[in-house]
Design a binder for this molecule. Structure first.
Ligand code: NIG
Length: 394
């Protein structure tokens, strides 16, 4: 058991205090040091009081913060949809139907190819500071490919979500497909996944169908999350709140009742700014949600259709520059707020915060403060990460 001391931290963002508010400084220490021992944080405090350790890394005046917690990705797929993206940028609207293109490519891919592609993207995410990541199925949409996808996802990600209810695939009756998703498909994937999800939106599934899917998942012992209100207003957000989902993701089209429902609940609104840019959807009302008292998270939504990026710094910068969040609110939403969206905010396996006894998942920025994430958008600032105490240099 060796202890590693990190010194020279100009600004340490811990996210250990209970709030993201700018009005207090509990989450930010200047001139700090920390000790990692056995994959955990053993000590945090002023540099001047740092204890002796077996080894020392001096980060020379840089900022240290928790690694990003990316709680919405779709990394299990084959092929890409650059042509669809180009057509969209030329004026075509995004519609959920593009998912079928990726489904065809994914069904034709081997499990090894799916794992290799997902691993490539996980490595790419790690290089920009992501130390914890969720991913999902949802591009198989038949039993065999969803099962391959669930196993592939479990090899690559920390949290896995079953999204059989992503779209009704071509060639099967809608009712028959729902019976498959809530029956044999769910039974097959359940041992490999943590959450169940459904795409509750125009062109995908309606509220009653999503309720049926999520309740079947709950009966199988899975946590609940939902894609909602991405392409239009509808009952997705309220369904998520009604069922106590850990998270409802997208939230572009919210009315007052949706905002109030989220504010009065424990359901996290997971916002996906890179997707909004890539689909030219209006940004979700992030400021309104926070001011109303709702919990928010930021995630990359990395997928080949609507958001082909793994970059959480890009999402943080966009949330600050385009969605009205302060830097600290955006960083919170991409770390501790995100941890809440996958039920990992508290307890021994908590992520997204740096606390004594907690997981040593952290990143070093080539900058003196987190403000540079938005102040220098697009610049790759992450120079090192530790994941459960293991160092990697991008
Ligand atoms: O989160 N909204 C549904 N699913 C994905 C997009 C899927 C696709 O177009 O491939 C999303 O944006």
């Amino acid at each position: 058991m060796t202890a590693e001391l990190i010194t020279g931290i100009a600004e340490l963002t811990t996210q250990a205090a209970e709030s993201s508010h700018d009005s207090h400084d509990d989450n930010r220490l200047a001139d700090a040091a920390l000790v990692i021992e056995n994959g955990r944080i053993a000590w945090i405090g002023p540099a001047a009081d740092a204890p002796a350790a077996d080894s020392e890394v001096n980060v020379h005046g840089r900022a240290v913060l928790p690694g990003w917690v990316d709680t919405h990705t779709h990394l299990v797929f084959a092929g890409d949809r650059a042509a669809e993206f180009e057509a969209r940028m030329a004026g075509q609207r995004y519609a959920a139907g593009g998912i079928a293109t990726t489904v065809a490519a994914t069904r034709a891919a081997s499990e090894a190819d799916l794992v290799a592609n997902a691993r490539r993207l996980r490595r790419e995410a790690a290089a920009s500071g992501t130390t914890f990541l969720e991913t999902k199925t949802g591009y198989g949409l038949d039993l065999a490919t969803e099962l391959r996808g669930a196993r592939a996802a479990a090899e690559v990600a920390d949290v896995v979500t079953f999204l059989g209810a992503h779209l009704v695939p071509p060639g099967i009756d809608r009712r028959d497909y729902l019976d498959l998703v809530t029956g044999p498909m769910l039974q097959a994937v359940a041992p490999h996944v943590d959450f169940i999800d459904a795409f509750c939106d125009t062109g995908a599934f309606d509220v009653d169908e999503c309720r049926e899917v999520l309740l079947a998942g709950r009966a199988a012992g899975l946590g609940l999350r939902l894609h909602g209100n991405q392409l239009g207003a509808g009952g997705g957000v309220r369904l998520a709140v009604e069922l106590g989902c850990a998270s409802v993701d997208h939230c572009n089209h919210l009315d007052d009742a949706d905002v109030d429902a989220l504010a009065g609940s424990d359901t996290v609104a997971t916002l996906l700014p890179a997707c909004d840019l890539s689909t030219r959807q209006p940004f979700p009302p992030a400021r309104r949600l926070l001011d109303a008292g709702a919990h928010i998270a930021l995630a990359s939504n990395c997928n080949p259709g609507t958001s082909y990026t793994t970059s959480m710094p890009f999402c943080v910068a966009t949330a600050v520059l385009q969605m009205g969040l302060t830097v600290r609110e955006a960083v919170w939403a991409a770390t501790r707020g995100a941890a809440r969206a996958v039920g990992r905010e508290h307890g021994p396996d908590a992520v997204g915060s740096l606390r004594i006894g907690g997981r040593a998942d952290l990143q070093v920025l080539d900058a003196p403060s987190v403000a540079h994430l938005a102040y220098r958008p697009g610049v790759p600032l992450c120079v090192a990460t530790w994941t459960e105490g293991v160092r990697a240099d991008p």
